[in-house]
Design a protein around this ligand. Structure first.
Ligand code: HGY
Ligand code: MN
Ligand code: MN
Length: 415
């Protein structure tokens, strides 16, 4: 069968239509998980899926499953998808691309009258970003039995709102039960510079870095900024600042794609003429090798102990997330390469610095990802951008890889 290509304009238009929901002034998107903009994005996706003749189910953590029937309902679906939630200053494509590329696969199969033996399913996973509620990839984590549902319903945001309550608030607490998955593919922008810098259109993703996230509480003593001598201070922000520098040092001194980030910090009492008495901050450490990741953590923990002594503060470090480096299914990764070649697209192997729902689907089904470039490798930024032709190329690789996995029931004439 000739390789199938998707409708580039229709995919682009759907991305732009969805991006209007939660649009931000600089051209980004803010659809924080389980807020009303997230609900609106979900509703639009569900409406589009129903218009494409799909049946839609929602599970108890809000994951959406849109299914196109196959000729053999006994077969587990070949699934694709990603997430509709975004970072607070997110872009139009992170997550949305993978969900709408999946929808475009179904729209295109409908158009061409191609039937598959296995059902085709498109998923929109709840709270992939982990920005409002920890952990990241929460919905796919529940689906893959990494996290107990009840625990996730009880997770709270910084205002003390529970996931379960927020889910009910937007009307997305469903009752669909976990189900088998025959294969899972996820299309995503790379969110880094490699594909663009090497003029490559498709990334065949081998796996993703392991991650360890920590919450850090630093306790010193609020004091007056004038009369308090420098050597008597218990300055929590000074300690935090030194920990930020050490975090950066650790990432720069370890191999295997080491990454370390302090992305969130709150200073108390946050008043210009008070020595900060407390700081809450986050640590995000990543590495391609589990033992190197462990060594990074040990190094940073030792540095924190020294800072604690020298700054006369208390530093409490609590791990809130851990998953080891993941390796995707070799056969499916090869089907990505084969589909790219059949379409005449440049393709290279790549390891994902970001985590994706595919990391957890990889625990319950053969899994692979398809990357496409994004401008300047920029993501988690309102200026995130990607080219329509490359987004369509990735979706065309997706449709052909999925057809191979789902097995075409009959060779309907291509339109
Ligand atoms: O942080 C990540 O890797 C993903 O964007 N949640
Ligand atoms: Mn993403
Ligand atoms: Mn993201």
């Amino acid at each position: 069968m000739q390789p199938v290509e998707v409708d580039s304009e229709r995919l682009w238009q759907s991305l732009m239509d969805l991006a209007r929901i939660g649009a931000t002034p600089k051209g980004g998107v803010k659809r924080i998980t389980l807020t009303d903009p997230d609900r609106q994005g979900r509703d639009l996706f569900v409406a589009w899926c129903k218009a494409a003749g799909m049946t839609v189910r929602v599970d108890a953590i809000g994951n959406i499953f849109a299914r196109r029937a196959g000729t053999n309902a006994a077969l587990p679906p070949v699934m694709t998808g990603s997430h509709l939630d975004t970072q607070p200053s997110g872009g139009k494509f992170d997550g949305a691309y993978g969900v709408l590329a999946g929808l475009e696969v179904v729209r295109r199969l409908n158009e061409l009258g191609i039937r598959t033996q296995a059902p085709i399913e498109v998923a929109a996973w709840t709270n992939e970003e982990g920005s409002r509620f920890v952990p990241t990839m929460m919905g796919s984590g529940v689906f893959a039995s990494v996290y107990p549902l009840a625990d996730m319903h009880n997770q709270q945001d910084i205002e003390g709102i529970r996931v379960g309550d927020a889910l009910r608030q937007i009307g997305y607490e469903g009752d669909a039960q976990p189900h088998a998955v025959g294969a899972y593919f996820e299309a995503h922008i790379e969110q880094g510079p490699i594909l663009e810098n090497t003029q490559t259109t498709i990334g065949a993703v081998l796996g993703a870095l392991g991650q360890r996230w920590f919450d850090v509480e630093i306790t010193g003593q609020d004091a007056h900024a004038g009369p308090t001598p420098m050597d008597l201070r218990k300055d929590a922000l000074l300690a935090a600042s030194r920990l930020v520098v050490e975090t950066n040092r650790v990432a720069r001194s370890y191999p295997d794609n080491a990454r370390a980030t302090v992305g969130h910090m709150r200073v108390f009492p946050n008043s210009r003429n008070v020595v900060p008495g407390a700081v809450s901050m986050t640590l995000d450490l990543r590495n391609a090798k589990d033992d190197t990741l462990r060594a990074m953590v040990d190094d940073l923990t030792a540095a924190a102990k020294l800072i604690q002594t020298e700054c006369a503060v208390a530093i409490a470090i609590k791990q809130v997330l851990y998953f080891e480096p993941s390796h995707f299914d070799a056969t499916l990764v090869d089907s990505v390469r084969t589909s790219a070649a059949a379409l005449g697209l440049s393709c290279r192997d790549i390891v994902s610095g970001a985590a994706h729902d595919a990391v957890y689907l990889n625990r319950v089904a053969p899994t692979a990802m398809i990357f496409v470039p994004c401008d300047g490798g920029l993501s988690h930024n309102e200026l995130e951008n990607a080219r329509p032709d490359q987004l369509a190329a990735g979706a065309s690789v997706l449709i052909n890889a999925m057809l191979a996995a789902a097995v075409v029931a009959d060779d309907a004439p291509a339109a």
